[in-house]
Design a protein around this ligand. Structure first.
Ligand SMILES: NC(=O)c1ccc[n+]([C@@H]2O[C@H](COP(=O)([O-])OP(=O)(O)OC[C@H]3O[C@@H](n4cnc5c(N)ncnc54)[C@H](O)[C@@H]3O)[C@@H](O)[C@H]2O)c1
Ligand SMILES: O=C(O)C[C@H](O)C(=O)O
Length: 366
């Protein structure tokens, strides 16, 4: 394989900078740079003059259990013109693989912290599934120790390189990582609450599925608002507001509420140490990202549940239905009428959420 002297000089410069790093990371990066240079040489002979119109999307944590199927589904999304895949491992392999799909989006890979800025520059939407998943016996809060720092670093990159991007935050514990991201953006002077959205779509997807099972309906015809947050009792399905209108026995209400609140744990236990929900999460993340992109495009009436800065309750963040538009979450809807069961659930959710939100804020402010 031939490399231009300019390419070799660039590799030498970056290599010198990286040699103190972990040898595995160094190897991946070296190999990736070589691949990149060689493909640039071959692309010079091609007639392609650049991407089709559409949005530029970055996935941070793109080589992970969620990241890979999410990247594949975003590569298939006709609203996406450029797809940047960033991870600290294996980004070149995932990128090479997806780049052979004959869909419109141009895919580029970015490996490790030195490439974070290039991954983020110019992006319209940044989706973040980076971080460790649960194992059986763990709560989402047990992930805070590792994931809080990961989210902080990635959001510092967003603040610096694409401060106007919409951010979809998936990394757990969402009830704390969204407040962390907000504090990072405040510190950088780039915070726009409308553009920061914690992804709770999987709770809605599960609720639609489980309610449809109970009612004997097609899940595609069911819509269940799920409010509060994304962990245990903070996940509050509003079964009194299900569409199409229906009613549940007290037993059905208990069963459905518990199953929706513990859907994540059900998958963690079934995977028995091999991680948490990845495929259903990728599906949910793409559903939500697609809604954000349609909002950015100016489509009317795009409404999804998300964990956002909110005045719906006394808490600074809360998940409710939001209307997505050109600037992000443009309207936050109130909870609507709740029954007694839901009012009790709301109090439990708020009590737990308050601590998780504060934990995230303190992590940055301390
Ligand atoms: N919001 C939700 O509904 C929801 C649903 C499922 C999972 N999750 C969460 O999503 C996260 C990822 O889950 P997963 O199953 O994909 O985990 P995974 O371990 O399979 O993948 C995580 C990826 O993040 C990468 N990563 C780690 N540190 C990074 C950094 N500093 N920068 C960029 N990438 C980094 C890893 O290399 C890995 O490829 C977990 O925190 C999990 O709890 C959230
Ligand atoms: O349960 C988990 O740890 C992952 C995710 O939050 C989920 O709801 O599946």
């Amino acid at each position: 394989m031939e490399f231009s002297s300019e390419a070799n000089q660039r590799i030498a410069r970056i290599s010198a900078h990286l040699q103190p790093l972990n040898p595995k990371v160094f190897f991946y990066l070296f190999f990736f740079l070589k691949m990149e240079e060689s493909s640039v040489l071959r692309r010079a002979d091609c007639r392609a003059k650049g991407g089709a119109p559409g949005f530029k999307v970055a996935i941070l944590g793109a080589a992970g259990g969620i990241g890979q199927p999410l990247a594949m589904l975003m590569k298939m999304n006709p609203l996406v013109s450029v797809l940047h895949l960033y991870d600290v491992v294996n980004a070149p392999g995932v990128t090479a693989d997806l780049s052979h799909m004959d869909t419109g989006a141009v895919v580029r890979g970015f490996l490790g912290q030195p490439q974070l800025e290039n991954a983020l520059t110019g992006m319209d939407l940044v989706i973040i599934p980076a971080g460790v998943p649960r194992k059986p016996g763990m709560t989402r809060d047990d992930l805070f120790k590792i994931n809080a720092g990961i989210v902080r670093t990635l959001c510092e990159g967003v603040a610096k390189c694409c401060p106007n991007a919409i951010v979809n935050l998936i990394s757990n514990p969402v009830n704390s990582t969204v407040p962390i991201a907000a504090e990072v953006f405040k510190k950088a002077g780039t915070y726009d609450p409308k553009r920061l959205l914690g992804v709770t779509t999987l709770d809605v997807v599960r609720a639609n599925t489980f309610v449809a099972e109970v009612l004997g309906l097609d899940p595609r015809d069911v819509n269940v608002p799920v409010v509060g947050g994304h962990s245990g009792v903070t996940i509050l399905p509003l079964l009194s507001q299900v569409k199409p209108p229906c009613s549940f026995t007290p037993e059905e209400t208990d069963y459905l509420t518990n199953r929706i609140q513990n859907g994540g744990t059900e998958v963690v236990e079934a995977k028995a140490g091999a991680g948490s929900a990845t495929l259903s999460m990728a599906y949910a993340a793409v559903k939500f990202a697609d809604a954000c992109l349609r909002g950015l495009r100016g489509d009317a009436g795009i409404v999804e549940c998300a964990f956002v800065a909110s005045e719906v309750t006394e808490l600074p963040f809360f998940a409710t239905k939001v209307r997505l538009g050109r600037t992000g979450a443009e309207e936050i809807y109130p909870l609507g009428p709740l029954n007694e069961y839901e009012r009790m659930g709301l109090e439990k959710a708020k009590a737990e959420l308050a601590g998780s939100i504060q934990k995230g804020i303190t992590f940055i402010k301390k």
